[in-house]
Write a protein that binds this ligand. Sequence first.
Ligand code: SAM
Length: 261
Amino acid sequence: MIYKFLFLISIILNLFLVFLLNKKKIKEFLNRSKIEEIEVAKIHSSFELRNVSSNLRSPKEDSIIRSFSISPDNNIVGMTSDYEAWIISTLSKVSKNIFEFGTCSGKTTYLMALNSSENSKITTITLNPNEINNIKKFDKDNESSYRNIKNESIYDKFLFSGTPEEKKIKVIFINSLDFNNTEFKEKMDFIFIDGGHTYSVVKNDSEKSFEMLKSNGIILWHDYVPGKRSSSDVVKYINSILDKKKIYKIKNTSLCLYKNY
Ligand SMILES: C[S@@+](CC[C@H](N)C(=O)[O-])C[C@H]1O[C@@H](n2cnc3c(N)ncnc32)[C@H](O)[C@@H]1O
């Protein structure tokens, strides 16, 4: 009897150990979604590569960008990866009217301004650091995404402040839930959704973006990471509209894409 009991305990312990060792993979499996992945070269011709030799392909002039790096020592919160930043910069080169939900340090805004044409306009909205205590948490909102909104709403000057590119940029300090998008409807070539990551805010920003997009315009969402707690509302919202809108996840990124064909 005692052997049977010990055998059972050892099976349970082993299962627990397997769970601990594969926690990340198990979480990813449970949170997998039916979203289709797309190669970056398929989203715009600018990303296509040219053959240099039989084993080497190089970016075309269309995707050579102006960029910069921020050292981790600078402790800037809420940033995109270099690869994601390159995708945003390249799309900015072919976009005249650009809109961004979520300015934060202004890293992505600055990249958009550095890479878009001289007559481009970039509008970016962000929360006023003095008003973050008025931000409401709604029932469906994930607690950790709600906390992040406060941690990321700390800037009132930006990486582009005082640069020549600043003239292309209009910063609006407003809660996107109160933002009236009437004057922007069907005007935008490129929209980047990287504001609050709570369900209520992602839903609001996405619905407003669909109305603001021009024909052939592109929306990108940041932070589609199944299994990551602070991204769970982004994943939940995007998954909930996949049957109505053709949205792709861009391979090797946390970016999702919608194109208004
Ligand atoms: C992840 S950061 C943006 C990072 C930035 N796009 C970058 O990559 O450099 C999130 C930003 O969204 C803003 N934000 C969060 N909730 C918002 C809301 N309800 N309305 C407007 N802005 C919001 C925050 O103030 C913060 O500036």
